[in-house]
Write a protein that binds this ligand. Structure first.
Ligand SMILES: [Zn+2]
Length: 290
């Protein structure tokens, strides 16, 4: 019998508690059924590419950028260790956007080369494929942490106000909102509704062993490290250089050193993509048994 500190009644372990705990874990999704990823095609295409655009994201701020289907884009650490919060939208229809939760379920809590960034329902298709990750060597450390997480949502002023009682306007949620307003001209209240759970680029996170709480630790990213994506559709992206800097101590304040991030867009030779087709939306018809 145990007493949870906030439970109103004692919690009684059943006699077969250990047997119940020993049930075999089963990976939830039959991921072997995912559409195959032709990494050889991407690799060949990347060899022919040249840079066509770049955007520098200032510290504690965000910038939006466009990538056409069939182009590559890279997010690179410059000047110092820095975490980035990435949003992606279908450039032709903002209601289709990156789906962090499903990406986590289909791949893992942290993503790397060969994983894809999936869109929300009803599209549910790859928006981008990760084609290179210079931090791919990191794997899982002794704390259970990895890099590039799809666990965390994004730092935001509402949670910050609730926990600290102060207004801070340069959380990633606000930075992404401002970037979308500046790029599209849409009203701030509309832009905010389009901001969604992010890919935490370069962020090193996990769950504590004892209480399973979300933790962060100093990002292993160094200037020159990058993560590279292939755009499977026309994309609007927005990237925030998180006020947490390398996320080794605190965030949502002006104390932590922060650095810029660089976004570069690359165009491969057209014939290098001869075997590539943009992913179609989900084949499910949306009947829902109605
Ligand atoms: Zn942030």
């Amino acid at each position: 019998m145990t007493q949870h500190p906030t439970s109103t009644q004692p919690i009684i372990s059943p006699p077969d508690a250990e047997a119940r705990r020993a049930a075999r874990p089963v990976v939830c999704y039959e991921v072997a059924g995912l559409p195959p990823v032709d990494m050889a095609l991407y690799r060949t295409a990347a060899q022919s590419m040249h840079k066509v655009a770049e955007v520098r994201v200032p510290p504690r701020d965000a910038r939006a950028f466009e990538v056409r289907a069939g182009q590559f884009f890279r997010i690179t650490g410059v000047e110092g260790p820095q975490v980035g919060d990435l949003n992606l939208w279908n450039a032709a229809d903002f209601s289709e956007r990156f789906y962090s939760g499903k990406t986590r379920q289909l791949h893992a809590s942290h993503v790397t080369t060969g994983h894809r960034l999936w869109s929300n329902m009803p599209g549910l298709r790859p928006m981008a494929t990760i084609t290179h990750d210079t931090l791919g060597w990191y794997g899982w450390d002794a704390d259970g942490a990895g890099v590039h997480d799809v666990i965390g949502t994004r730092c935001d002023p509402y949670t910050n106000h609730m926990l600290k009682g102060v207004d801070y306007h340069y959380c990633c949620h606000s930075n992404l909102t401002r970037a979308l307003v500046e790029f599209t001209g849409m009203p701030p209240a509309s832009a905010e509704t389009h901001v969604h759970d992010v890919l935490n680029v370069f962020m090193c996170t996990g769950f504590t062993h004892d209480t399973h709480q979300y933790f962060m630790k100093a990002s292993p990213v160094r200037p020159g490290d990058y993560i590279e994506f292939f755009a499977e559709m026309d994309l609007l992206g927005a990237l925030s250089a998180c006020p947490g800097g390398d996320c080794s101590a605190s965030h949502s304040d002006d104390k932590t050193p922060c650095h810029p991030l660089l976004v570069e867009v690359f165009q491969p030779a057209p014939d290098a993509l001869a075997g590539w087709r943009p992913p179609a939306p989900s084949g499910y018809g949306g009947g829902h048994g109605l």
